[in-house]
Write a protein that binds this ligand. Structure first.
Ligand SMILES: Nc1ncnc2c1ncn2[C@@H]1O[C@H](COP(=O)(O)OP(=O)(O)OP(=O)(O)O)[C@@H](O)[C@H]1O
Length: 533
């Protein structure tokens, strides 16, 4: 028997489904699956051994009133969606595992399979504990809605120790009920290799690798090229994905230290104690598991070179004190050791958060801030230099096509305009990821706007238009029809809180929110505290 899939498009009207069903019965159609496309269609998968019978069946369907077309297709829509989802999941570089409301594995991508040494066929449909062991955190996410970010975990599987970093978030339906959870995982050994690398290719990155067109970036590069030559500490500020690490590498290459190591470490990716021993090293016997003969820390390894401390705002108070000592005295002490070791390391630190706010909240030491903020370089978010986008996007497309071994694709003019209109909260990294997903999913030589709209989470309405409509939104306050009215002071306070929250959503730093609202940075910080925003 041959299998067929047909798609029936119709103008929705009562009783039509029943008539279609009747015709399938009259032709003795052996249905395998049916799927309704809400409001305009239906797809039927069936088997039949006579092509003539199929022709008659289709002809009869086409005769029905309100039927617009009956066409053959190669796959059921749900299979097509599943295939697209699998392609997307497999195109990301992190491991992804999803569970349904029962705690059973519904999806797993290739990277997660590699980390957990399994195949999708072996684990999809299994309770997640069978793969991750007893009480995995993802079940807490499912049951209690807890989210986790970059937690470290070790587990034994098939006699092998697997060490990974994971994050997990609940999946909610429109009513806000938890219906599943997603876990993303990274192999810790690989992460360490990435974080702690000082590879040769990096040192080849220069200011020429930074793509830009905007005058503001041009000015920043001119300043950066000048300050690269000195040994002073540099603080790179800017939202996530704006190119801070790229700048740090170019600064090192442009310095007199370019032949010596450049070592980068992300301060959020490791636990406090792990970060301490990675930075300062340790002596033999400093703790259980410490390697024989001790270990050099990154400060020692980067001697005469550059150490890039990414996400510096997240280090603990304890490590802040130790870092301050290195910056003041130029010496380090290994964990468990008493000897001061002199190091000559240039520090480039990066932060995407508002350091002044962290100081105000007592989370960051002011003395360390002054030591780090010797030369601040601020990288603007992409939405504030959208002139950079066309050139940057074409550069990224070239890079991705080379990586994926595909012929170079080109960005149509209207696509560049569409990309320029987007908000890009994740900046260049988000643009890069969006383009990579798109390039994975299409083979067209030219990336047109319909590709972007269909595949890349791109919306046709510009962020400027979105902002206008947001500004036009009226603030809602509840005035009770019966009982006591709130006092005017309370009403004003609730409006003030709402306004500040809305402005902070768009301008996340207290300084820029203050500028928008015409008040000082401190006023905003005080209000944040008072209203517990
Ligand atoms: N101007 C640019 N030209 C070319 N590539 C860029 C540019 N800016 C950023 N990129 C690329 O975008 C990606 C993200 O940049 P990078 O990792 O340097 O950002 P970041 O600010 O350090 O991010 P995070 O704060 O999340 O660590 C990288 O692949 C980087 O090479």
């Amino acid at each position: 028997m041959q299998e067929y899939i047909i798609q029936i498009n119709f103008i929705n009207c009562p009783g039509l489904g029943y008539k279609i069903f009747q015709i399938t019965e009259q032709h003795h159609i052996d249905k395998i699956a049916m799927e309704v496309i809400p409001n305009y269609g239906m797809v039927i998968q069936f088997q039949c051994d006579s092509p003539m019978q199929v022709q008659k069946f289709v002809a009869d369907l086409r005769e029905l009133e309100n039927i617009q077309s009956v066409t053959f297709r190669s796959q059921m829509p749900y299979k097509e969606k599943e295939h697209k989802l699998r392609t997307i999941l497999n195109s990301v570089s992190e491991g992804v595992l999803a569970i349904d409301g029962e705690g059973e594995i519904s999806h797993i991508n290739q990277v997660a399979c590699k980390i957990f040494n399994c195949t999708p066929d072996e684990v999809v449909g299994l309770p997640v504990e069978k793969l991750l062991g007893k009480n995995p955190s993802i079940l807490e996410t499912l049951q209690l809605g807890h989210t986790y970010r970059l937690k470290e975990r070790k587990m034994q599987k098939d006699g092998k120790m697997i060490q990974f970093l994971f994050s997990s978030v609940p999946v909610k339906n429109d009513q806000g009920e938890i219906i599943g959870a997603v876990l993303t995982v990274q192999d810790l050994h690989q992460v360490k290799n990435i974080l702690l690398r000082s590879d040769k290719t990096r040192s080849l990155i220069t200011f020429n690798d930074i793509v830009y067109q905007s005058p503001r970036m041009a000015r920043l590069i001119t300043v950066a090229k000048t300050v690269a030559k000195s040994s002073s500490t540099i603080l790179l500020r800017g939202e996530s994905g704006t190119g801070k690490e790229l700048f740090a590498t170019a600064l090192h290459t442009g310095s007199l230290r370019f032949e010596n190591p450049f070592i980068a470490i992300n301060c959020t990716a490791l636990t406090d104690t792990l970060l301490e021993s990675e930075l300062f090293g340790y002596e033999e016997g400093a703790f259980t598991g410490a390697a024989k003969g001790g270990k050099k820390g990154l400060f020692e390894q980067a001697d005469n070179g550059t150490l890039f401390l990414d996400e510096i705002g997240d280090i603990s108070q304890r490590l802040q004190v130790q870092l301050l000592r290195v910056l003041q005295e130029g010496t380090i002490r290994r964990v468990g050791g008493s000897k001061e070791i002199a190091v000559d390391v240039r520090i480039i630190a990066a932060i995407h958060r508002n350091l002044e706010e962290l100081i105000f909240l007592g989370k960051f030491r002011e003395d360390l801030y002054y030591r780090l903020n010797v030369i601040p370089l601020v990288l603007l978010p992409l939405r504030e230099r959208s002139e950079d986008i066309p050139l940057l996007a074409q550069h990224l497309i070239r890079k991705i096509c080379t990586k994926l071994n595909k012929p170079e694709m080109y960005l149509a003019k209207e696509s560049a305009a569409l990309l320029m209109e987007q908000e890009w909260p994740g900046n260049v990294r988000q643009l890069e990821n969006t383009l990579e997903r798109l390039i994975n999913l299409t083979d067209a030589a030219e990336i047109r706007s319909d590709h972007l709209l269909a595949w890349a989470d791109i919306t046709a309405c510009s962020h400027r238009a979105k902002n206008i409509s947001r500004n036009e939104q009226a603030l809602q306050i509840e005035i009770p029809l019966e009982g006591e009215w709130p006092s005017l002071k309370e009403i004003v306070a609730s409006i003030e809180k709402e306004v500040i929250m809305q402005v902070l959503e768009k301008y996340p730093s207290s300084r820029s929110a203050g500028q928008v609202l015409g008040v000082s940075n401190t006023t905003i910080l005080n209000k944040i505290r008072a209203y517990k925003i």
